[in-house]
Design a protein around this ligand. Structure first.
Ligand code: AMP
Length: 192
């Protein structure tokens, strides 16, 4: 089973991907985590990613497409994967269709976790107050979030119709509790 989790930054994609990973024995592929690993390694992509992520912008499509196409062929993806943070642009969605077709793979569910912008801004402000400096992601500020939300609406939300037309898009209410969102996702997957 292969799943794409979509939704604005802070919607809880990472949290829900972890649940799916545990419950269905499929692997979470978080492009944000991959980039943060590269930042920590300090390699060339990492240096570029640090600047891009801190500014709230997106990494170039070619780099992200290459990272994902090399990742989904690894043996731990055989049982299925959850794409968390990819695709984020129309070009990435189109490239994903092509690479999946070439590998004889397909996406079973595209799940959009929808949350109002205002709630996301309130959530991040609460999180910033709770966390100390060392726990916080460097792109975890209200200012960067507003920028990232703008990027989401402009670059990522336009890919939703692509999946709607294919009949695999499921929208769920991300403003409920973590447990309720988890249940909604499980209902989608079990076909309830
Ligand atoms: P995330 O952890 O998914 O919120 O991603 C953190 C940041 O990594 C994003 O704000 C982007 O700067 C970058 N990033 C992650 N995934 C992608 C992607 N598929 N395309 C472009 N940039 C990405």
């Amino acid at each position: 089973m292969n799943i794409i989790l979509l939704g604005p930054p802070g919607a809880g994609k990472g949290t829900q991907a972890k649940f799916l990973e545990e419950e269905h024995k499929i692997v979470q592929l978080s492009t944000g985590d991959m980039l943060r690993t590269a930042v920590n390694l300090g390699d060339q992509i990492g240096k570029q990613a640090k600047k891009v992520m801190d500014s709230g912008n997106l990494m170039p499509d070619e780099i992200m497409i290459k990272i994902i196409s090399q990742r989904i062929v690894k043996s731990d993806c055989l049982n299925g994967f959850i794409l968390d943070g990819f695709p984020r642009t129309t070009a990435q969605a189109e490239a994903l269709d092509i690479m999946l077709g070439e590998k004889d793979l397909s996406i079973d569910y595209v799940i959009e976790i929808s949350v109002d912008d205002k709630i996301l801004v309130d959530r991040i402000n609460a999180r910033v107050l709770e966390m100390n400096e060392s726990e916080r992601r460097t792109d975890d500020t209200a200012e960067t979030l507003v920028k990232r939300l703008g990027v989401y609406h402009k670059a990522t939300a336009p890919i939703l119709p692509h999946y709607k037309e294919k009949g695999i898009l499921q929208q769920i209410d991300g403003m409920k509790s973590i447990e309720e969102v988890r249940q909604q996702i499980n209902e989608v997957i079990s076909g309830a």
